[in-house]
Design a binder for this molecule. Structure first.
Ligand code: CTP
Ligand code: CA
Length: 227
């Protein structure tokens, strides 16, 4: 596989990736977030650079080292909230592939408190939520056709607790994207291993359990053929 990448199948291509969770503040010391280590998104960034791409990695709060930083072929933008991730992503233009790997919080606290909320005996505060923008959906709306192919080529991810295939397929259609990738194994959150179901216009393809980096390399091969 490494030999394969010596062919630099993404040479001259620009790849945008969101990775990790987002964090929505309740007050200065509390918040809500989604479970995500960022490992899959960072592995895709590494595999894309290996394949010769220029990568912009937009990362939510996660404790990972920027992959292959010494190559100079990666720019990393750290963000906290979904709104920040949305703004950083939609600011980008003219890239070939978008991988939406981030586990984006679907809701933000409408009015985060400026000061720490103090306990009121046994009474819990009532929190009001506002829907966050859908980053992938908004990127998908900007897709044009270039040499008969979608530009950028958008790849979504789906973590489901039930009915992976049906939910993932529904998401692919709802978001108007050509490819969605589902995590088959239920608890891959902090794992170095994963097992994927790739759904595109041709149907489903299983990628058996492997290191996230190996899966990322396989995914890069698949997507490189699409563009
Ligand atoms: N996504 C996004 N912005 C959001 C929510 C999701 O870009 N605000 C992207 C994710 O990065 C992922 C895909 O959309 O690539 C699917 O995310 P998921 O949370 O599974 O789908 P939702 O549409 O949010 O549906 P639900 O959470 O109800 O299952
Ligand atoms: Ca969601």
């Amino acid at each position: 596989l490494i030999a394969f990448f010596q062919k630099k199948i993404l040479a001259g291509k620009r790849v945008l990736i969101t990775a990790g969770p987002t964090f929505e503040a309740i007050d200065p010391v509390r918040g809500i977030t989604n479970r995500s280590s960022g490992k899959m998104g960072f592995a895709i960034a590494r595999a894309a650079i290996e394949a010769g791409a220029q990568v912009h990695l937009i990362a939510g709060p996660c404790d990972l080292v920027t992959p292959l930083a010494a190559t100079g072929n990666i720019i990393r933008t750290d963000v906290v909230s979904a709104k920040e991730m949305h703004a950083a992503t939609l600011k980008e233009h003219d890239y070939d592939i978008f991988f939406a790997v981030a586990a984006v919080a679907d809701w933000a606290i409408t009015k985060p408190a400026k000061e720490k909320i103090k306990r009121q005996g046994n009474q819990a505060p009532a929190l009001e939520f506002t829907a966050n923008p859908d980053i992938l959906l908004d990127v998908a709306k900007t897709v044009k056709t270039k040499a008969g192919k979608p530009y950028p080529y958008c790849v979504g991810f789906a973590a489901e607790s039930t009915d992976l295939q049906a939910h993932a397929q529904e998401k692919r259609k709802r978001k108007g994207i050509p490819m969605i990738v589902g995590n088959i194994a239920p608890n891959t959150f902090d794992s170095d291993l994963n097992q994927l179901l790739v759904i595109d216009e041709n149907g489903n393809k299983k990628m058996p359990q492997a290191e996230k980096l190996q899966l990322a390399r396989q995914l890069i091969q698949l997507v490189a053929k699409k563009i």
